[in-house]
Design a protein around this ligand. Structure first.
Ligand code: SF4
Ligand code: SF4
Length: 411
């Protein structure tokens, strides 16, 4: 009880005029370093991190939102919030908005608690900070709709030009819709393999840096299984009560969880279609195009429809979301990723529908351009959220098994 009173007193002090960190501009926020002793244990913190630490002190005294998501139980294991704690908690948050819509201390209250927005600001900073190569970190802030479309259409034009100059049958209808007559399989495999491997390497290095900094501890099979379950079921998008999270207002909705599931599993089915087609090609010597009822086409069709429906739904929710609880700097990045998913799935389905017509080669170039742009921007866009969040869920699962008393990430 005494501890709770002390925390409440600290929260009031932090909310007092002058105690809140001055938030820098987008350009200068990262460089401005604040020391906030003793609460932040003299660790250098950015203004965004300091703001999350301030709000977590208030939440730790209040604890009203404890059942909403994984962030608040992890918060209660700490009495103070160092840089690593803040980065970990920020990536555990998925901006469902439940705590903002429930909060009695949200603006215009003097405490000005807006956890989803504060967490979102730190999340973007962590992607930038852990990016590999580091110089590419700035791409997170430049990765917008214009860049996505320009990259996809530029790559499509480049691919089409290569096919024309290579003397292929570009622009002609090909019996059976054999697109390897336009782009040889080996060329496609080499091009996409290189871009995909770079994307995986960049994401892998980035998330390894993040995991090292937040000190996960030993990942037991049980902890890994629990984290995988929580990530794959999107457990915390049910709001902790099963009715879902908030979007435009105080009403709960499961729409975000369902659209996320359609998007993720649609993407995985499309990926499986490509993997099975590769197996057919190299292991069994069966060359594309495959019949409509073959495994690669069925997986790709179901995956494409699911991906298109999910990504369109996420775009619709993104356009309606209450801007007060988001980090507006992330909007271009969020929408660019969704737009590339829509472009990839729509062009893939169109390619299947018109694969035996003269439009096939142009549709194929657009589809390949979209897929390549999606992979190329993956490490520097919204896709990183899924990777960093999964890593944070692993730490949360480990902590649930090991942390007996309030701890810090440095422990
Ligand atoms: S978000 Fe608001 S209501 Fe929820 S725990 Fe924090 S201070 Fe309390
Ligand atoms: S926005 Fe949602 S996920 Fe993030 S801290 Fe609040 S309740 Fe948790």
């Amino acid at each position: 009880m005494q501890q709770l009173e002390a925390l409440t007193r600290e929260a009031r002090e932090l909310a007092a005029p002058g105690a809140r960190a001055e938030m820098g501009t987008d350009a200068g926020a990262r460089e401005q370093v604040i020391r906030f002793a003793p609460l932040q244990q003299m660790q250098p913190m950015t203004p965004h991190e300091t703001e999350v630490a301030r709000q977590m002190q208030i939440c730790n005294a209040c604890r009203y939102c404890e059942g909403f998501c994984a962030v608040f139980p992890a918060m209660t294991k700490r009495l103070s919030f160092a840089k690593a704690d803040v980065n970990y908690l920020a990536n555990l948050c998925h901006n469902c908005g439940a705590c903002y819509h429930a909060c009695q201390y949200a603006p215009p209250h003097e405490f000005a608690v807006n956890v989803p927005q504060a967490m979102a600001q730190v999340r973007l900073d962590t992607y930038t900070e852990y990016a590999w190569p580091r110089a590419f970190g700035a791409l997170y802030k430049r990765n917008g709709l214009t860049v996505a479309f320009a990259l996809a259409l530029g790559l499509a034009s480049f691919i089409a030009l290569g096919a024309v100059l290579g003397g292929s049958a570009f622009g002609s209808a090909i019996a059976g819709g054999n697109f390897y007559a336009i782009f040889p399989h080996n060329v496609l495999a080499a091009l996409f393999g290189a871009v995909f491997l770079f994307a995986m390497l960049a994401l892998g290095v980035g998330v390894t840096r993040f995991l090292r900094d937040i000190s996960t501890g030993e990942a037991t099979p049980g902890a890994l299984a629990e984290a995988a379950h929580d990530a794959l079921t999107l457990k915390y998008l049910d709001g902790g009560h099963g009715d879902g999270c908030n979007e435009a207002d105080d009403r709960f909705t499961l729409a975000r969880r369902r659209f996320h599931h359609l998007t993720f599993y649609g993407f995985m089915l499309c990926f499986a279609a490509t993997a099975v087609a590769t197996l057919y090609q190299y292991a069994f010597g069966l060359e594309a195009p495959y019949p409509l009822l073959s495994a690669p086409v069925l997986l790709g069709t179901v995956g494409g429809v699911s991906l298109l429906a999910g990504a369109s739904g996420l775009l619709w929710l993104n356009l309606r979301r209450d801007p007060a609880r988001t980090d507006l700097r992330q909007r271009p990045m969020d929408r660019a990723f969704i737009a590339l998913l829509i472009m990839t799935s729509a062009s893939g389905l169109a390619l299947l529908a018109w694969r035996e017509t003269s439009a096939m080669s142009a549709l194929l170039a657009v589809h390949l351009g979209a897929v390549m742009a999606l992979f190329a921007t993956m490490p520097y866009g919204k896709f990183a959220h899924g990777i960093f969040r999964s890593a944070a869920l692993v730490k949360a699962a480990i902590e649930r098994r090991t942390a007996k008393a309030p701890a810090t990430a440095a422990d």
